[in-house]
Design a protein around this ligand. Structure first.
Ligand SMILES: Cc1cc2nc3c(=O)[nH]c(=O)nc-3n(C[C@H](O)[C@H](O)[C@H](O)COP(=O)(O)OP(=O)(O)OC[C@H]3O[C@@H](n4cnc5c(N)ncnc54)[C@H](O)[C@@H]3O)c2cc1C
Ligand code: FES
Length: 338
């Protein structure tokens, strides 16, 4: 049996399926409620049930005290509805509302997606989750005090494993290790989430996403979040790479394009290989956007990738196409100064 939940004060509504917690259902439908451990131990997800009945689920007694239950409080990560509900909880809309944490994690899976791109999946300690907004990044804290940043490629509702896409920088302090010596089960330390590269939910402007190489990673998380939320906004993804093999997950946006009427995908190759027999768009990825749009004043644009691409996009979109400065949202993969 499924139940309808209304969040106050936002008025947002979502459906909780059989055997689903209130938090899991909210995240699945794209509503970001606060949480930490997701197993009734930390109290971060505590809110109030204004109307209706819940089963409070398994939780630690000092995390949700008897008197709090009497006041109508519940831990939404473990509570399940027994009727339709009205709950009171503040939805997270800005990065500053998400706590930054340091935690160990284990490399669960390493898979080469292209000659120089590695998919890394990380497992957090049992009973721990890292709350983040789709598109944000984490830092690896290395043993010598250095840190390296990588964007989170999964959306918040699918956070059992954290997914990263790493490009090999030959001789690079961290990625050389990843590509030549790292083994599954290695333990690393992460800090996060960080960054302001996340969807501005208050806007209803159509969105253009521009990704260069592994700049696809956070945009993948954002798009999967938007699809989960059943956003009606028009969305186009331009993904630029050198040759076809460098579009290391192209089948995914092609599949999204089949599934979602409001989404389209334009791959752009700067240096297609002869064997690619490429009939699609060529050149620099930001140039493809400039070629397709005379006026960007009504859009919101999310750009991620190498600093030169991000800078060229910002300059040309705002100076020659009327894009307002605050509608250009970007993460630039700058090198960390050691
Ligand atoms: C917010 C943020 C998010 C990021 N997200 C990702 C991500 O999702 N995926 C990803 O692959 N990277 C991402 N990066 C880049 C990443 O943090 C590292 O800078 C990169 O992986 C290189 O680290 P390294 O230790 O291997 O090389 P380093 O030891 O830092 O570099 C060694 C030398 O190689 C050169 N170099 C470094 N990086 C590059 C480069 N990209 N191209 C050419 N030469 C280079 C420099 O001259 C440098 O001195 C992100 C960066 C930032 C700031
Ligand atoms: S008690 Fe930790 S998220 Fe619910």
């Amino acid at each position: 049996m499924s139940y309808q939940v209304t969040i106050q004060p936002s008025g947002h509504q979502f459906t909780v399926n059989e055997d689903e917690s209130i938090l899991a259902a909210a995240l699945r439908e794209g509503f970001t409620l606060p949480y930490g451990c997701r197993n009734g131990a930390c109290g971060s997800c505590k809110g109030k049930v204004l109307q209706g009945l819940v089963d409070h689920g398994k939780h630690q007694e000092n995390t949700l005290k008897k008197e709090e239950i009497a006041e109508g409080k519940a831990l939404f990560c473990v509570a399940r509805p027994l009727s339709d509900l009205v709950i009171e909880v503040k939805e997270i809309r800005a990065a500053g509302e998400v706590p930054v944490r340091i935690m160990p994690c284990r490399v669960q899976k390493l898979e080469k997606l292209a000659d120089d791109v590695m998919l890394m999946q990380l497992k957090l300690p049992a009973n721990e989750r890292l709350q983040f907004l789709a598109g944000q990044y984490i830092d690896f804290l290395l043993k010598d005090g250095k840190r390296r940043s990588y964007s989170i490629a999964n959306p918040p509702h699918a956070d059992e494993l954290m997914e990263l896409h790493l490009r090999h920088v030959p001789g690079g302090r961290f990625t050389e290790h990843v590509f030549s010596a790292m083994k599954e089960k290695e333990i690393l330390r992460i800090e996060g989430p960080h960054g302001s590269f996340f969807i501005r939910e208050e806007s209803d402007r159509p969105i253009i996403f521009v990704a260069g190489g592994t700049g696809f990673a956070p945009i993948k998380g954002m798009l999967e979040h938007m699809f989960a939320e059943q956003s009606g906004r028009q969305m186009i993804l331009y993904w630029g790479a050198r040759a076809k093999k460098d579009l290391y997950m192209a089948e995914l946006p092609l599949q999204w394009q089949q599934q979602h009427e409001n989404f389209s995908f334009i791959p752009v190759l700067s240096d297609p290989a002869h064997e690619d027999q490429w009939l699609g768009r060529t050149g620099f990825v930001h140039q493809a956007v400039l070629d397709d749009f005379r006026d960007l004043s009504g859009y919101e644009i999310y750009v991620c990738g190498a600093p030169v691409m991000v800078d060229a996009a910002r300059d040309s979109f705002t100076k020659t196409r009327g894009l307002p400065e605050d509608a250009f949202i970007a993460d630039s993969f700058t090198y960390q100064a050691d």
